[in-house]
Design a binder for this molecule. Structure first.
Ligand code: ADP
Ligand code: ZN
Ligand code: ZN
Length: 756
């Protein structure tokens, strides 16, 4: 049989989908697969050009008689492009979508952009004078000026971007200091070298025993030629970042490069400076605000060997380093490592795939590993490394669980429990800081009883039911159900929303509602003298919104910070000694199977914010479910006991990681069409499903209509992940044959992070 190859000729071209089809001559058949570089005749004159194979197919897209043959395979076929194209093919195979979508994810598109001017802020007075000025600014409460001066005393040259974005010093402040001739902004200096003087300085941290053991274990494996995926489970403050840096230093010394993924929100000034401090100009930092052109430039520098280390969010995984040695994924449990746009890849698995292609190894790190990763570590798929002690030996904070049902019985209807109010008063009197954490996830309307804590759940799936009104996902302003219906996201089960609690009969049953803004009003009313800052999607909409708020709080410009999950990530506030978790249950009843896991992670991470400095910390967890294992385990900071309970639940209900799931989402402009398509596929699946496959649905998606596009979902479960991947190919084939002319879109999401 004749086979055909789709070849791209110009890989940096904007139109990656511009492929040309060639016949594969039989003698080359075994050598042609995605990523291989080939010589092909091109155009009228049959000029020989180099291209890359992106797909192999048995079906020609054109009349085969008009197609030309591939000439030969290029000798130096293992280029970085070849690797990335092979990775894209792996992604397409495992996550669905088109090859073009996969290629666009993996290969940066070249766009012309104006070269950005590089600016550096330099101190231009001597240290003595700077210190004198610092004192003046501090006295006058010019906090931003003081902050900049303080940092310049440590690092006399700082990149302008680092100062404005990470240190949160406004351009006006820099200008004011420039006018006083205290600092100077130097243009066109190589910004890659933001703190040149630090380079070459001896690195003074010596690893402690636990850290050294961890590093030694990895080194021993590497010497044996082993390149596994490690899961580094280390409590907060156990010194994971130092271990990462040591391993990176090893890789660089061996002439290889490293990628470190980190959630953007955790990439603080301190972290940036730690890496610059140790690796100087060989590090590059990426963020999601970079334009396509800037990203392209950064990737070019990586390819050309100008840098060895790339730090950034999910997309940094595709940095085209020619000899990648190591990929680190910090805070590996974070949801942001799963892509929402197609292909819906997970950075963890994709990192492992890339590592296999380039002979690198992977380190996943977290204080609260995902159940998925921990399960793999327990089953020998990953190699577990553990660090159990905090470097600075600070004790873990004392943690109280407050039962909100008891508060109501005592007549306290406030969202602030009596204990929390008392502790807040104490802290304010001592001029120590307070974090109030409100989890907004899951607000899409589970319904609970404020008297007995009962939550209404699906009788089939053990996830909470969501309150629905016609066309709206959230409860009305009054939050009172009754007119609405309760619906299960997984199986489509429905019932009318009750007016009374089915367990205790009280009328206090409603969709749980409490926003950060309302919380701010309540706190201000109760503590009128306190300075309150709020951080949520509204207050962080501006470009550097969240960094501004964080640094204002870090500089003690406020006593209380109220916020959503954004405030629990990796920040060090040494003066925070009290953390209040206002409604721990909000994430527990998010309508998907990862709800308990997310609750445990959020509570543990939030609690970890208390007592990071020299002062001991306290934590108050307010809940309607004080006995729930995710809350008890978070109180004790006991990962092992959480994992034991949780994995038993997943086992019982066949949820990942014990079993696997794929969500098939259908979308179309006509309701009838989308329902029909889902029903057709479901019927076909029932006829030819592999043994052990379980199908849930089809049912309307959680939000059945978005912008007049109708949505239907089918969930498929199977113990064997690869069976689901295989089934995806067959479903794609079915869709090509049956839906093609009917404008129906079908996409896949493997082990989805969010219910649909
Ligand atoms: P994690 O990433 O596990 O939260 P970090 O690596 O950020 O921990 O370490 C926490 C703090 O302890 C940091 O301020 C770091 O500089 C410091 N630290 C880490 N390891 C050591 C060490 N071996 N000696 C002294 N200080 C250390
Ligand atoms: Zn259900
Ligand atoms: Zn009740």
């Amino acid at each position: 049989m004749t086979c055909f190859a789709n070849v791209i000729i110009d890989i940096s071209h904007e139109k990656l989908d511009h492929t040309f089809q060639y016949i594969i001559p039989p003698k080359l058949l075994s050598e042609i697969y995605p990523g291989v570089s080939v010589q092909v005749p091109f155009g009228k004159g049959n000029r020989m050009l180099r291209g890359f194979v992106v797909e192999v197919t048995e079906k020609p897209a054109y009349n085969p008689e008009k197609l030309k043959e591939i000439d030969s395979v290029t000798a130096d076929s293992v280029t970085i492009e070849a690797q990335l194209i092979a990775l894209a093919a792996w992604m397409r195979k495992n996550y669905g979508g088109t090859m073009n979508q996969a290629l666009k994810t993996v290969i940066p598109i070249k766009r012309r952009t104006k070269a950005k001017e590089k600016r550096t802020v330099c101190l231009c007075v001597d240290a003595q004078e700077a210190k004198r000025q610092l004192e003046v600014f501090t006295q006058k409460h010019h906090t931003a000026r003081a902050r900049l001066l303080q940092e310049l005393l440590l690092h006399p040259e700082l990149s302008y971007e680092v100062v404005t974005q990470k240190l949160n010093v406004a351009a006006g402040v820099i200008r004011a200091l420039e006018e006083r001739q205290i600092v100077r902004v130097v243009h066109d200096v190589d910004y890659r070298n933001p703190i040149a003087h630090v380079k070459g300085k001896e690195y003074e941290i010596v690893l402690n025993e636990e850290q050294q053991n961890t590093v030694d274990t990895v080194r021993a494996d590497l010497r044996k030629g082993l390149r596994p995926v490690y899961l580094l489970h280390g409590v907060t403050g156990s010194g994971k970042t130092e271990v990462y840096m040591e391993l990176i230093a090893d890789a660089v010394a061996a002439g290889r490069q490293a990628i470190m993924l980190i959630p953007e929100i955790a990439l603080t000034y301190q972290t940036v400076m730690r890496f610059y401090g140790r690796f100087g100009s060989r590090v590059s930092i990426m963020n999601s605000r970079l334009s396509a052109g800037e990203r392209y430039d950064q990737f070019q520098r990586a390819k050309n060997g100008e840098i060895d280390i790339m730090i950034g969010p999910r997309s940094a995984l595709f940095t085209p380093f020619p000899a990648l040695g190591l990929i680190i994924i910090d805070e590996e449990h974070e949801g942001s490592y799963k892509s929402e746009p197609l292909p819906k890849y997970h950075a963890r698995e994709t990192a492992a795939a890339r590592a296999r292609l380039s002979g690198a190894y992977v380190v996943l790190g977290s204080a609260t590993p995902s159940v998925d990763s921990y399960y793999k570590a327990k089953n020998g798929v990953y190699r577990l490394l553990e660090m159990k002690r905090r470097v600075k030996r600070q004790p873990l904070p004392a943690c109280y669980v407050v039962d909100l049902r008891e508060e109501l019985k005592k007549g306290n209807r406030s969202v602030l429990s009596l204990r929390l109010q008392k502790l807040m008063e104490e802290r304010l009197a001592k001029k120590q800081q307070i974090l109030l954490f409100l989890n907004r996830r899951g607000l899409s309307g589970f319904v609970s009883c404020r008297v007995c804590g009962h939550v209404i759940k699906c009788p089939h799936c053990d996830v909470s039911l969501s309150l629905h009104r016609q066309g709206k996902a959230e409860p009305d302003a009054d939050g009172i159900p009754g007119q609405g219906r309760l619906k299960c996201h997984y199986c489509g089960y429905e019932e009318p929303a009750p007016r009374e609690c089915p367990v205790c009969g009280s009328g206090y049953i409603s969709g749980f509602k409490a926003g950060t803004q309302r919380m701010e009003e309540i706190v201000k009313k109760r503590f009128p003298a306190a300075r309150v800052l709020r951080m949520d999607l509204d207050t962080t909409r501006s470009k550097d919104g969240y960094e501004k708020i964080l640094s204002a709080f870090a500089n003690q410009e406020a006593d209380i910070l109220i916020g959503t999950q954004m405030i629990v990530k990796g920040h060090d506030f040494p003066n925070v000694t009290l953390v209040g978790i206002l409604a721990a249950d909000l994430s527990m009843y998010a309508a998907d199977y990862r709800a308990a896991e997310r609750t445990f992670q959020l509570l543990t991470q939030a609690a970890g914010r208390a007592g990071r400095g020299d002062l001991p910390g306290e934590v108050v967890i307010q809940t309607y479910n004080p006995d729930h294992y995710s809350i008890q385990a978070a109180k004790e900071q006991d990962y092992a006991s959480f994992y034991r309970e949780e994995i038993a639940v997943r086992q019982l209900l066949s949820y990942p990681p014990v079993s696997h799931m794929v969500l098939v989402l259908f979308t179309a402009r006509q309701e009838q069409l989308v329902k029909q398509a889902a029903a057709d596929l479901a019927r076909w699946l029932k006829e030819r499903a592999p043994a052990g496959l379980r199908m849930i649905g089809p049912s309307g998606a959680l939000v059945a209509r978005v912008n007049d596009v109708y949505r239907e979902v089918i969930y498929l479960k199977h113990r064997d992940y690869s069976r689901l991947v295989g089934l995806k190919d067959e479903m794609e084939q079915f869709a090509r044959e049956h839906f093609y002319y009917r404008k129906i879109n079908m996409t896949f999401d493997f082990d989805p992070m969010n219910g649909m």
